[in-house]
Design a protein around this ligand. Structure first.
Ligand SMILES: Cc1cc2nc3c(=O)[nH]c(=O)nc-3n(C[C@H](O)[C@H](O)[C@H](O)COP(=O)(O)OP(=O)(O)OC[C@H]3O[C@@H](n4cnc5c(N)ncnc54)[C@H](O)[C@@H]3O)c2cc1C
Length: 342
């Protein structure tokens, strides 16, 4: 997946991220006076209660700040320690972790950056798939993880993290318990598209590489009869024998069964055998429904290099797209129609 980072220095300091400035509360007609020795009257009591209220506020505000501190801002550029609200094992190798989005960080999700650092046209239908970076607290390494869900809708990011043998950040994440803090930064744009520019979007993945497609499908609106939404085709390989097929469970509303319920016949899901994606599967996905007009197709590919190379050619070492070769190249597709994800 592209690791283009939005270079927006304004982000760190920009005023839109600052919490609103609280204007001092006005006590209206009540003035702050020294108590007198005159007999207690209603008027005097009226004058005293603002002082009492101020005293109570003065005592409770600092206490509640320490007892219930609001989480720090989550930004693309700087790490912050955010509380993990839940962790769930969804297979022997995969954990689903949930990190709430602090209110001060919502704007990064609602008005996302494109990979080139400009602000995306969310109102115009542009959809940006984003990832987060998680770091190990002991040694300074970080790894990207793609939330499976729509952060704007849910107010949280949910990430499926695979633990690989000897994997450093995977180990850190798998040891997290509910309430622990995790060093995280983001969201960072992975890719962005205008879905309505296409008649058909084909997504090809294996393993946890399905996560950008689960997020994309979570962010796309459900098809409506009024607007022209693209046909969607998810081609995802089955897990190796004996491994849990977590994406096919109903554990999360961003997993395949819920997405199939959301999109109905607009989403076709093909589960293929592990390994190279075969020519008939690809040809079948590319088959045109309308014979007379050429369909506008986008093929998104998220596969490990050894499976990506024969399908569409590798990405370049600098993570540029590189030419479309392999099977998709043979079938006449070009860079306009294929997008490779690291
Ligand atoms: C943009 C982007 C988004 C990503 N999103 C996700 C995501 O949502 N969920 C997720 O789990 N991963 C995701 N990854 C992969 C993730 O960033 C890490 O590479 C992976 O978790 C391994 O990190 P680690 O520190 O645990 O292992 P490392 O210490 O980096 O690796 C330890 C060993 O495991 C090998 N290894 C690394 N990855 C795998 C693998 N997938 N299968 C088998 N062996 C492997 C390494 O080659 C190395 O030998 C994403 C990667 C990118 C670039």
């Amino acid at each position: 997946m592209s690791l283009n980072r939005p270079i927006r220095p304004t982000c760190l300091q920009c005023s839109r991220m600052r919490p609103p400035i609280q204007t001092p509360t006005s006590f209206g007609k009540f003035t702050y006076r020294q108590s007198s020795s005159s007999p207690f009257s209603t008027a005097q009591a009226n004058r005293r209660w603002p002082r009492l209220a101020l005293t109570i506020l003065g005592l409770t505000l600092p206490t509640s700040y320490f007892l219930f501190p609001s989480p720090p801002i989550m930004t693309p550029h700087m790490y912050s320690d955010q509380p993990v609200s839940s962790t769930q094992s969804i297979s022997t190798q995969h954990k689903l972790i949930t990190v709430p989005i602090p209110p001060s960080s919502k704007e990064f999700f609602e008005r996302p950056y494109r990979p080139d650092g400009s602000i995306a046209d969310a109102e115009g239908g542009e959809v940006v798939v984003q990832h987060m970076m998680i770091k190990s607290p002991d040694i300074q390494i970080e790894r990207p993880y793609t939330p499976v869900n729509d952060g704007v809708e849910d107010g949280e990011v949910r990430m499926v993290v695979k633990r690989v043998r000897g994997g450093e950040v995977g180990r850190v994440v798998h040891n997290l318990k509910e309430g622990n803090k995790v060093g995280i930064r983001g969201p960072i744009p992975t890719f962005s598209i205008y879905p309505n520019e296409y008649d058909k979007i084909i997504m090809i993945s294996t393993g946890t590489a399905i996560t950008p497609f689960l997020q994309l499908l979570s962010k796309l609106p459900a098809p409506s009869t009024s607007s022209s939404s693209p046909k969607l085709h998810l081609i995802h390989s089955k897990p190796l024998q004996g491994r849990e097929d977590w994406a096919a469970t109903s554990t999360d509303k961003s997993f395949i069964p819920s997405l199939q319920a959301k999109f109905g016949s607009s989403l076709q899901v093909s589960r293929v055998e592990p390994g190279l994606v075969s020519r008939p599967v690809v040809e079948n996905a590319l088959r045109q429904e309308k014979k007379d007009v050429k369909e506008r197709v986008l093929v998104l590919v998220c596969l490990p290099p050894m499976l990506m190379r024969p399908l569409c050619g590798s990405m370049l070492p600098n993570l540029d797209q590189g030419p479309v070769t392999g099977l998709l190249g043979e079938l006449g597709l070009t860079n306009k129609e294929v997008w490779k994800l690291e």
